[in-house]
Design a protein around this ligand. Structure first.
Ligand code: ATP
Ligand code: SF4
Ligand code: MG
Length: 347
């Protein structure tokens, strides 16, 4: 067997602080993950846990009051931290695309949607006529009906789903290797949500793109992700391939998020909620940040931050009998990339 292919994106020890009048918000703390070529990696977690800030940091778009540091942010072998602003603008234009959480904010309200896609195409130094023609094609590939008419519409004249399609069109016009999609379907109704996800998956397959999708919805993770990272209060508390995480979740927060999933069999339709709320990131609880809400909390949790543990293949899940006496996880099967930050991950 040859060596494993390098990941397309490798993030090591990412940290972002916002300096505010209320104190320093540590929005992202010691976050490390990889996105492999051609895969869908999902970052999932409740509101305010640092998902968007992580994505902005990768793009070097954190607002000025934010301070970013990282061991590395390697994209296709290049450390993005070392690039000049001009080089970074080229990376953003060509290699990494980002769909922002609110398309209405990201799109320019005074330009027609066709013009905005054509502008993105013009970065390739094609003629205006050619850019307009390509923009029309792109409107077709993102399945916007009545394309010619819609090319002339301003963003506020489009529905939420259409605006999202225009955003996606602008991004894929650059044929990026990596597309970051921050909550691309949150404000849309379920039918449109499914259409946008299908569209993203089609484009991903067609362009052999990697997708970093940000969501608070574990249902979306189950539907489209290959691997998932679960964030809580700025930290990545568990990550691994979707199969391993769904079969054998090790972090109490992941388990609770998964239990909150509607299963279709719950005729009563009630979702379980997680008690308490995400802490202020100005004063994150000492020890494990999840301890005030954790159903499995013990004494050590409020004083000692849990280190990261690796869950090896073959480590039995609690549902399948739990770890046997004398069980040594380090002697289990090969590494699966499943990692967890919890003192009692083996329980
Ligand atoms: N520009 C900013 N200035 C100060 N604090 C900020 C700024 N942007 C985000 N934050 C804070 O950083 C933390 C992480 O925010 P972020 O937007 O990254 O979370 P998120 O997981 O994307 O949430 P959501 O699901 O609501 O989009 C929050 O506490 C938020 O209040
Ligand atoms: S370290 Fe303790 S508080 Fe944190 S998730 Fe694990 S059991 Fe819960
Ligand atoms: Mg966000």
């Amino acid at each position: 067997m040859g060596a494993l292919a390098e990941p397309l994106l490798s993030v090591k020890s990412l940290q972002v602080d916002y300096v505010t009048s209320h104190g320093t918000v540590r929005a992202v703390r010691d976050v490390s993950f990889d996105v492999n070529r051609g895969e869908v990696f999902a970052l999932v977690g409740e509101s305010g846990c640092g998902k968007s800030t992580s994505a902005l940091a990768l793009m070097r778009l954190v607002p000025p009051r934010g301070r970013t540091s990282a061991g590395h942010i390697l994209f296709d072998g290049l450390n993005l931290q070392d690039l000049s602003e001009r080089q970074m603008t080229l990376v953003r234009g060509k290699q990494i695309g980002m769909i922002f959480q609110n398309p209405l904010v990201a799109l320019n309200p005074v330009y027609r949607s066709g013009y905005q896609i054509a502008e993105a195409v013009l970065l390739d130094n094609v003629s205006r006529q050619e850019a307009w023609r390509q923009a029309l094609d792109i409107m077709g590939s993102v399945k916007i009906p009545d394309r010619e008419e819609r090319m002339q519409s301003y963003p506020h004249e489009l529905s939420g789903g259409m605006r999202q399609r225009v955003m996606i069109g602008m991004m894929i016009s650059r044929a990026p290797q990596l597309l970051i999609a921050d909550e691309p379907t949150t404000s849309l109704d379920v039918t449109i949500q499914a259409q946008i996800l299908d569209l993203l998956m089609d484009l991903k397959a067609k362009n052999n793109m990697s997708l970093l999708i940000i969501t608070h919805d574990f249902g979306i993770v189950a539907d489209i992700a290959d691997r998932v990272g679960v964030m809580y209060a700025g930290s990545l508390v568990e990550q691994g391939d979707v199969f391993s995480i769904f079969e054998n979740p090790r972090h109490p927060y992941t388990r609770l998020l998964m239990r909150a999933l509607p299963t279709g069999t719950k005729a009563e339709g009630r979702l379980e909620t997680i008690k308490g709320s995400v802490p202020s990131l100005v004063e994150v609880p000492a020890g494990c940040p999840f301890h005030p809400r954790c159903p499995s909390v013990r004494e050590i949790c409020s004083s000692q931050p849990p280190p990261e543990h690796e869950v090896r293949a073959g480590h039995p899940s609690p549902e399948h009998g739990g770890p046997s006496a004398g069980h040594s996880p380090s002697l289990d099967g090969p590494s699966t990339g499943h990692r967890v930050r919890c003192h009692f991950w083996e329980d």
